[in-house]
Design a protein around this ligand. Structure first.
Ligand code: PMP
Length: 282
């Protein structure tokens, strides 16, 4: 695999970053994940805009402009011959002698790598749906920033797997915030409910697109917090993310959601999302 490190495209075995990189020492880094379908980038501009925002919330700026990022993404996709897959973009504050205070003169580290996922849009899991467990949301209060601080998400996914589930929904004060790596939704009496944006959740790029498509299709959408109890008694549930698009949730804490099979609204939104985003891909 060819990866991108600070301006160079190199075999992964030859790529390196400093032991003193603040991404490694402090998780002082942000990232983005963009999906690739038929060799084209899905919603690149949305991911680029969120990267800019994540960086500025942490007092950093874009290491290169949108066009340069787009060109590097395209080149990496081409060099790795990615048809369907994912491309990761990681930006750290750079390397400096270990100190909590931000260094005045560090040069940001920029890394990009791909993951091939043949048939990403035809993921068979979308036919059966996924099972989630609930866990308390023990993350910090700036979950709107896409930092590389992903340990709690890893712990949640490990706990889910140990309990025979696929993922975890996080709960704060009785209300669902989001999935470990996706935004969470329920459907009740035809209305789609998902938590409103705020510091407690990541503003999903897929979320923005899916809510737009839902409204365009005259579906009712409510952006508000919902309880775990509401979720358990909902007609449907699903999650959205760049890597899973729209993924039905059929079980929460061992209890079936609705009929225990992917619901019609989740299925329809998945189809619309994939079709529309393929069309608009860059
Ligand atoms: N929430 C969290 C915590 C995530 O990690 C992700 C995936 N990046 C999302 C939501 C979904 O965001 P997106 O649709 O931009 O992939």
């Amino acid at each position: 695999r060819i990866v991108y490190v600070n301006g160079d495209f190199v075999p992964e075995e030859e790529a390196s970053v400093s032991v003193f990189d603040r991404g490694f020492l402090f998780a002082d880094a942000v990232y983005e994940v963009t999906s690739v379908l038929d060799g084209k980038l899905i919603d690149f501009d949305g991911h680029c805009a969120r990267l800019d925002r994540s960086l500025s919330e942490l007092g950093m700026s874009m290491p290169m402009d949108r066009d340069a990022f787009l060109e590097a993404h395209r080149e990496l996709v081409a060099r790795n011959d990615i048809g369907d897959g994912l491309i990761y973009l990681q930006v750290t504050r750079g390397a400096a002698d270990r100190d909590f205070h931000y260094p005045a003169d560090a040069t940001q580290t920029v890394v990009m790598f791909t993951q091939a996922k043949p048939g990403l849009a035809e993921n068979p899991q979308a036919q059966t749906g996924i099972k989630v467990i609930s866990i308390p949301d023990l993350r910090w209060d700036r979950c709107d920033i896409k930092t590389t601080q992903l340990l709690y998400a890893s712990m949640g996914k490990m706990k889910a797997r140990a309990e025979g589930a696929d993922d975890a929904w996080m709960v704060d004060d009785g209300k669902v915030t989001e999935g470990t790596s996706n935004n969470a939704y329920i459907v009740k009496d035809g209305t789609i409910v998902t938590r409103q944006l705020g510091n407690e959740i990541l503003p999903g790029i897929t979320r923005t697109a899916v809510l737009r498509f839902a409204r365009e299709a005259q579906m009712k959408v409510e952006e508000r917090a919902f309880t775990l109890e509401e979720a358990r008694t909902a007609d449907e549930a699903f999650v959205t993310s760049a890597s899973s698009f729209v993924m039905p949730v059929v079980e929460i804490d061992g209890a079936r959601v609705g009929a225990g099979a992917p619901g019609p609204i989740a299925k329809r939104l998945r189809d619309i999302y994939i079709e529309e985003m393929r069309r608009a891909a860059s």
